[in-house]
Design a protein around this ligand. Structure first.
Ligand SMILES: Nc1ncnc2c1ncn2[C@@H]1O[C@H](COP(=O)(O)OP(=O)(O)OP(=O)(O)O)[C@@H](O)[C@H]1O
Length: 303
């Protein structure tokens, strides 16, 4: 029988008092893939991931992690968890903490090698509370990986990291995937999701608003975008554009022209703007980004 997916959530509901943080969320994360939960602050990403880790009760739906219930004791040694903050005693050094974590596992990675990989060797004896934010983050990541987990949960693994540490973390996630490890990560950096994820699940208000590979979500077509005052009448512009083009304002003040984006189309748009006294700000031709997808789906910016 085929191994169950890394994660299978159906109709997940989580309430905090009267507020519904996760509102019927369903998703499947395949084994050996990197799945990114992408969404703005408060979308329900942390609640979802903590439910999967077995740290939070939930109010409805079903949750299967490697085919098991999240509170199944058999699951603990098979998953690695990097929380958003905390989890390490302030007085423990990186070496002490990782050695302790390694002792809980049957076949752990070598803590010294892992610290080397994550640039923590120099700080091996420093108490956790004296480490910088980025170093604390990397220690949490090391702790999540030391037990050679089959599935790793990374909650905003690069929040607050400098670009170098960010790229080192990305390399590590790529290596995990190459080693066959399944990864579920949360992020509000769309470039992170685009770079790392096989499967992106865009979440807003506790619901899945879109999911697919980055390429499926963004599509291959080029488009033209600009910002200008709200309420430009687009019918006349559309009439001047080649057949099959589309022009819309969504959300207010953000204009999107879709179609066969060639030099002539750009010239038509800029000429129309000039004749209407419109300064097209941030005019750009590009492929859609996940940020654009989010904006179109929700009418809001991701950050
Ligand atoms: N323990 C709690 N008690 C009450 N409300 C909570 C609690 N934890 C989260 N919430 C609320 O639930 C909603 C979802 O929060 P959650 O942390 O899951 O979102 P998130 O997508 O991870 O956001 P962020 O990117 O800011 O971490 C938010 O409105 C938040 O204020």
């Amino acid at each position: 029988m085929a191994a169950p997916p890394a994660l299978e959530l159906t109709g997940l509901v989580k309430r905090y008092g009267a507020a519904t943080a996760v509102d019927g969320l369903s998703l499947t994360a395949a084994r050996g893939e990197v799945t990114a939960l992408l969404g703005p602050n408060g979308a329900g990403k942390t609640s979802t991931i903590e439910i999967c880790e077995g740290f939070r009760p939930y109010d409805g739906g079903t949750v299967r992690v490697l085919g098991l219930a999240p509170d199944d004791r058999e699951l603990k040694p098979r998953i690695g968890v990097m929380p958003q903050t905390g989890g390490v005693p302030g007085t423990a050094s990186a070496r002490e903490f990782l050695t302790l974590m390694a002792a809980f596992h049957a076949d752990p990675l070598d803590p010294a090698a892992l610290m080397g990989r994550l640039g923590l060797t120099e700080h091996a004896k420093t108490p956790y509370r004296r480490l910088s934010g980025g170093q604390q983050q990397r220690l949490s990541l090391a702790a999540a990986l030391v037990g050679r987990p089959e599935l790793v949960f990374l909650d905003e693994p690069t929040a607050g990291l400098d670009p170098q540490a960010r790229h080192a973390t990305w390399d590590l996630v790529t290596d995990l995937k190459a080693a066959g490890v399944s990864v579920l990560l949360t992020t509000h950096f769309m470039d992170e999701a685009e770079k790392l994820a096989d499967n992106v699940v865009i979440i807003d208000h506790g619901r899945v608003v879109a999911q697919g590979t980055p390429a499926e979500l963004t599509g291959a077509e080029r488009q033209l975008r600009f910002r200008a005052r709200t309420g430009l009448g687009l019918d006349e512009l559309l009439a001047a554009l080649p057949a099959g083009s589309a022009a819309k304002e969504s959300p207010n003040g953000h204009y999107l022209i879709e179609g066969d984006v060639r030099p002539e189309l750009l010239a038509t748009v800029t000429a129309w703007c000039a004749s209407h006294g419109v300064l097209a700000e941030d005019l750009r031709i590009e492929r859609r980004t996940l940020e654009d997808v989010f904006l179109e789906l929700t009418g809001r910016e991701l950050r």
